[in-house]
Design a protein around this ligand. Structure first.
Ligand SMILES: [Zn+2]
Length: 301
């Protein structure tokens, strides 16, 4: 979407929905994108910090709130999700990670600042993701045994708690690839394991040999490490504000819970643990508890 059409679609809404109510809070609707600020590209891509606006299922919507008082961060909610608030270009933006299961259409963010609450709408566009059919030789990894299900259910409770972590500061505004190599599966593929439909692919697979170092793509804090039934040896990094990255199928893990990591630090190595057909890194980007396309935080050079 071009910046101009983005403006007309969203700035008008702000004018209607927010101006009257937040009129005393220094709203500057005409200055919304007038200053290049965090967005210094002229290729039509709208970016705030490292995040690229691509409002589709599995994408990120960057929704301007019109609130310009940097000292008062708004509280932002979408359905039951808490959203990150980012300050750039002289105003606060809502950063919305959109689940792959979301239907295209109009969505509403609830914005609270001080004792005022307003609703701002944004549009989610259609996306099309290809099908992918994978043959797994270990049938138990496709149709787990009852004992496996007990383990999987416990793990999903733990994963849900990890994904709900929302710390206060964004620790990094620049991301790089954790491993470079051939992409064997892109984000969002509609997957069939041994011809049975399963959840869509919530990350990117990078095919590299076992033992290849994996680096932290940005500064962060390790919030979970462990061995999971499907994901194998895994690491979660919290980058702040509900922004997380996740690494699966690792051979070795070089970090522990609570460790602080800097961009470029080795967190472990590529492997083939869990449900895999060969050695690769599965890399996911989490936003407000959902998986979105990790390429939306990578700037192409
Ligand atoms: Zn994967």
């Amino acid at each position: 979407m071009s910046i101009d059409s983005y403006r007309s679609a969203l700035v008008q809404q702000i004018s209607l929905n927010v101006l009257l109510i937040f009129g005393l809070l220094l709203v500057q609707p005409d200055a919304t994108f007038a200053q290049s600020g965090a967005n210094d590209q002229d290729d039509g891509i709208f970016r705030v910090g490292p995040f690229e606006h691509h409002s589709v299922p599995g994408g990120i919507a960057i929704v301007p709130t019109g609130l310009s008082n940097e000292a008062v961060a708004p509280t932002l909610r979408w359905n039951s999700r808490r959203l990150a608030a980012l300050y750039a270009n002289n105003q606060w933006y809502a950063l919305v990670g959109i689940p792959l299961s979301t239907e295209a259409g109009v969505q509403t963010v609830v914005v609270s600042a001080g004792d005022k609450t307003v609703e701002i709408t944004f549009a989610v566009d259609e996306a099309h993701y290809e099908e992918q059919r994978i043959t797994i030789s270990d049938e138990r990894k496709v149709n787990p045994a009852p004992l496996d299900m007990e383990r999987i259910n416990k793990e999903s409770v733990r994963l849900k708690a990890v994904k709900a972590i929302h710390s206060s500061n964004l620790l990094s505004d620049h991301f790089i690839w954790p491993v470079t190599g051939p992409i064997s599966s892109t984000f969002g593929l509609q997957r069939f394991f041994n011809d049975q439909p399963r959840r869509p692919h919530g990350g990117i697979d990078i095919a590299m040999p076992t033992g290849t170092p994996i680096i932290a793509p940005a500064d962060g804090v390790i919030i979970d490490t462990g061995n999971y039934f499907f994901n194998g040896n895994s690491v979660f990094i919290d980058h702040g504000l509900g922004v997380q990255t996740f690494y699966a199928h690792m051979d070795s893990i070089a970090v522990s819970n609570g460790d602080t990591v800097g961009q470029g630090d080795v967190i472990g190595t590529v492997g083939e643990t869990g449900r895999v057909t060969g050695a690769h890194l599965h890399w996911s980007l989490g936003l407000n508890g959902t998986w979105v396309d990790p390429t939306l935080v990578l700037v192409d050079d």
